[in-house]
Design a protein around this ligand. Structure first.
Ligand SMILES: C[S@@+](CC[C@H](N)C(=O)[O-])C[C@H]1O[C@@H](n2cnc3c(N)ncnc32)[C@H](O)[C@@H]1O
Length: 390
């Protein structure tokens, strides 16, 4: 697929997530027996699906219902097999046309089509998942609330952070698919506030069968978390004491989480998750010492950026941005659609950036272009991000 076709596939998936699709029309198929295919949103057993209706030259119409997990592949193959796609939404229209020679043009007149910006603004309006002053056994066991459900005073920021993270999980939930059992990893889980919260959300709110594993170096926290999971009766939740670079998962994870994994541990998380083929990765980086240590004032970029580099605080912020930009670029080069948002109010923690990566069908040329951008930025700044790039 070419870039415009990939962009259109992403656009449709994003509009599906936001449920703003009125109608999709695919036409001018390579297979002349297919006259056109129309798509519309329907509710099927309480879940949103895209209903595709194929009209064929024998006068028949056949229907197919597609859920979120299968959507990127389905739309990608539809777009690759026809030469026109019209997207009609509640906030405008878009049209993709592909010439006989295979060049595509996307004319996008949907207001706020920039999926990343839209996701950000939607996030702000999201409803809380945890209700204040309600008793949640996992929050009680973790020391976040009292036995009457009141939030312990010094745990207000933690409560907000957990709730916000759950909103992210809710956003990406349709991408996890509807297979038998979800497999989720929390790498560098520490005391595992998120692990427990996400397990609770997926099993008790989404009623899914879940196998989840938290991994961390610290034996005492792992023992505490294992005991707490037992107390709560969370049978599908286990913990393992290990260096995550040596961790062997049971199978391909659907979701990999990581909150504040120290320095290069975030790189280990991201490269491991991507190597394993995780469908979604949600990662909030912690410190970025590795790249900071490589900025010695010798590269071309640093010389030009000396007004930034001469102030250690600004240099530090630059190192943070550079590290996380390279991390995102590497994920893109590995076939992920990536966006960066704020996890929570920056007043609660300065380590607030959330990298959200969803595996999507991606052309090899697009991956190669992202890899080239990664290499060019690394060379310009004279740095090597831990883990490198393939
Ligand atoms: C700042 S804590 C964050 C803990 C937890 N995710 C949270 O946000 O509450 C970072 C954790 O990463 C763990 N860690 C760092 N490097 C690790 C590695 N290579 N393998 C496993 N755990 C690691 C540390 O033991 C620590 O518990």
């Amino acid at each position: 697929m070419n870039e415009a076709q990939i962009k259109t596939t992403d656009l449709i998936c994003s509009l599906f997530d936001r449920q703003t699709i009125k109608k999709l029309i695919f036409s001018r198929f390579d297979d002349k027996n297919i006259l056109k295919c129309e798509g519309r949103l329907i509710l099927l057993k309480g879940r949103t699906a895209l209903q595709l209706e194929y009209f064929t030259s024998d006068g028949k119409a056949t229907q197919k219902n597609v859920f979120a997990d299968a959507l990127p592949a389905e739309i990608g193959s539809l777009i690759a097999s026809c030469r026109q796609c019209n997207v009609i939404t509640s906030s405008g229209e878009a049209e993709l046309k592909t010439s006989k020679s295979g060049n595509s043009t996307l004319l996008d007149r949907i207001k706020g089509t920039d999926a990343k910006a839209e996701i950000g603004s939607n996030d702000k309006k999201k409803k809380n998942i945890l209700v204040k002053n309600r008793f949640y056994p996992f929050l009680y066991e973790l020391g976040v609330i009292e036995s009457d459900g009141r939030i312990i005073e010094r745990k207000g920021a933690k409560f907000r952070q957990i709730d916000r993270f759950l909103q992210y999980v809710e956003d990406i939930y349709p991408r996890l698919g509807n297979g038998e059992e979800l497999y989720v990893l929390d790498l560098c889980c520490g005391k595992s506030y998120l692990t427990f919260a996400v397990y609770w959300y997926l099993t008790e709110i989404k009623h899914r069968a879940v196998r989840m594993c938290g991994a961390d170096l610290k034996a005492d926290v792992i023992e505490y978390c294992s005991k707490t999971a037992g107390k709560l009766g969370y049978e599908g939740l286990s913990f393992v004491c290990t260096d995550i670079s040596e961790f062997t998962p049971e199978r391909t994870p659907d979701l990999v989480l990581s909150l504040h994994a120290c320095d290069i541990a975030t790189d280990i998380v991201l490269t491991t998750a991507s190597r394993l083929g995780a469908k979604v990765i949600l990662s909030t980086p912690c410190c970025q010492h590795q790249i900071m240590g490589q900025l010695k004032g010798e590269s071309e970029a640093e010389k030009t950026l000396s007004p930034i580099m001469e102030h250690s605080l600004l240099k530090q912020k630059f190192a943070v941005a550079l590290t996380d930009a390279l991390r995102c670029k590497r994920l893109q080069a590995e076939g992920y659609k990536v966006d960066v948002t704020e996890l929570i109010d920056p007043e609660d923690t300065p380590k607030n950036l959330m990298i959200r990566a969803c595996r999507v069908p991606m052309a090899e040329e697009a991956k190669a272009k992202y890899a080239e951008e990664f290499r060019a930025l690394s060379a310009l700044c004279g740095v090597n991000l831990y883990g490198g790039i393939k």
